[in-house]
Design a protein around this ligand. Structure first.
Ligand SMILES: [Zn+2]
Length: 486
């Protein structure tokens, strides 16, 4: 008894101390005193951030400055080579017969400049652009394929829009279509950036997005038996290879400085709006999490890296480059966490197919259960910066969030500062700061790094292979260009 009592008191006082410091960290994080200003400057003063533009480089400087002001132990930018630059010119699309009207339209991303003849091309309705739709349409040679869409309502609709794209473009090309015109998934004339290339290389196939109202009018004319001709001028500005940058800040670990937990979010955006929900809010979250941990006075056992990635919109170019540059550290990278779904309420995390992580994460989350973000899902998906960490076998977490106002504003001119739900975002800062710290501070690693065979079976089990194929990443994984070699 004599020996147990002091030990008990000691462990009680330790846990009281730990409880107080944890509370302080959570309070600091939720107060997030620099969150609004940082995000306002990034969105209103820097603006939309397409890699290769001066705005993206200003954003990199913004990140460096903000991390320093937040008290980082170290801050640097890391070069990210990109294959080609792209910027939209003044896209013009007009229906020239049987009636003349201007169709509101934008180019799809990373596509080459292109022009139709003045008399335009005939338009052919290919329904939703399934394989059988293209087989049914016999008159596509030299025509523009008009592709219908449903109004986007949830995450599944968003994924469906992306997942069908590769096969659709192949079918359109095979059928001889000269260009593809997609009808917008948003109503009220809203246009947005839809991807026309699955990487940072220029795609030579002309693709455009039509305002829903104009696209449906064209479809009704076709349905009524009219022959519709449409002309376009898409004067995109394209350039050669260039170097963009990730921003990486650190809080050094006290006991295992050479083990790392990465909290990252992409800094780049499209430039129709100012990239507030996608993903400025979460770039600001990462900076605020660093500030909160420093302000709490806690020093984690392991080093925490806070990363703002470039080129996510060109399919995770910046986070892939991080993984390549730091490949020798992947054995010592304990976990990667990311946020990329705006400011809708967090429900929990996707654990990238790792069932073995569910229990340890659930335990770590207990002190932040008041935020009601405890649900863990064992799915794995292509879609944001965790992907190359997953392919390296590194435990990875992506915040799962409700759609809220994310999808209506997704990649659109309406993705601006006023859409951000700050009270909700503050709660996410608290969860991010706390969980990142807890993983970095835990005596045991969150889970092992998977080897190639284990990653392969995770990919099969979660059907991630289908997504990797749809996003044209399968070959890079198969050939070992991307992902863990052994
Ligand atoms: Zn994003």
């Amino acid at each position: 008894m004599r020996n147990i009592l002091p030990a008990l008191i000691l462990s009680l006082s330790c846990s009281v101390f730990a409880q107080n410091s944890t509370d302080k960290l959570i309070q600091e994080a939720q107060a997030a005193p620099t969150l609004e200003k940082n995000l306002r400057v990034l969105t209103d003063e820097v603006g939309g951030r397409v890699p290769g533009t001066p705005a993206m480089e200003r954003a990199v400087q913004w990140g460096m400055d903000a991390f320093k002001a937040a008290g980082a132990d170290a801050v640097r930018s890391e070069p990210v080579p990109m294959a080609a630059s792209w910027d939209e010119g003044s896209t013009q699309v007009d229906v020239v017969s049987p009636v003349q009207f201007h169709a509101r339209a934008v180019s799809l991303t990373w596509t080459a400049p292109s022009n139709s003849p003045v008399q335009g091309f005939p338009v052919v309705d290919v329904g939703e652009g399934a394989d059988e739709d293209f087989k049914k349409a016999t008159n596509l040679k030299g025509a523009i394929a008009l592709v219908h869409s449903n109004v986007m309502k949830n995450w599944d609709d968003l994924f469906a829009e992306y997942l069908k794209l590769g096969a659709l473009l192949q079918a359109a090309k095979a059928a001889g279509a000269t260009a593809v015109a997609f009808i917008s998934t948003r109503e009220q004339d809203l246009l947005y950036r839809h991807i026309g290339s699955f990487n940072d290389r220029i795609n030579n196939y002309p693709q455009m997005l039509l305002a829903r109202e104009d696209g449906e009018r064209i479809a009704r004319l076709l349905e009524a038996g009219k022959q519709v001709r449409m002309r376009y001028a898409i004067p995109n500005r394209v350039g050669g290879p260039f170097t963009s940058h990730n921003v990486v800040a650190e809080i050094k670990g006290r006991e295992k400085p050479n083990e790392f937990v990465v909290l990252g979010a992409h800094l780049d955006s499209w430039a129709m709006g100012t990239g507030a929900l996608d993903n400025g809010c979460n770039a600001a979250l990462v900076i605020e999490a660093l500030r909160a941990i420093k302000a709490s006075g806690l020093q984690p056992r392991r080093t925490i890296r806070f990363a703002l990635f470039t080129g996510e919109e060109e399919l995770n170019v910046g986070s892939f480059e991080y993984v390549r540059t730091h490949r020798a550290e992947m054995d010592n990278t304990v976990a990667m966490l990311t946020w990329d779904e705006g400011t809708g309420k967090m429900t929990g995390f996707s654990v990238g197919g790792r069932k073995d992580l569910v229990n340890p994460i659930a335990k770590l989350l207990d002190p932040v259960k008041q935020f009601d973000a405890m649900m863990l899902t064992t799915d794995a998906f292509v879609g944001t910066d965790n992907m190359d960490f997953l392919l390296e076998g590194v435990p990875n977490l992506v915040a799962n969030q409700e759609e809220a106002n994310y999808l209506i504003n997704y990649h659109a001119s309406s993705d601006t500062y006023d859409k951000v739900d700050f009270p909700q975002l503050r709660k996410h800062v608290a969860v991010a700061a706390y969980l990142t710290f807890a993983i970095a501070d835990a005596p045991e690693r969150l889970g092992p790094r998977q080897n190639r065979a284990e990653i392969e079976s995770l990919i099969q089990e979660t059907h991630l292979d289908e997504q990797l194929k749809a996003f044209e990443l399968w070959e890079a994984w198969q050939s070992g260009k991307r992902g863990r070699a052994k």
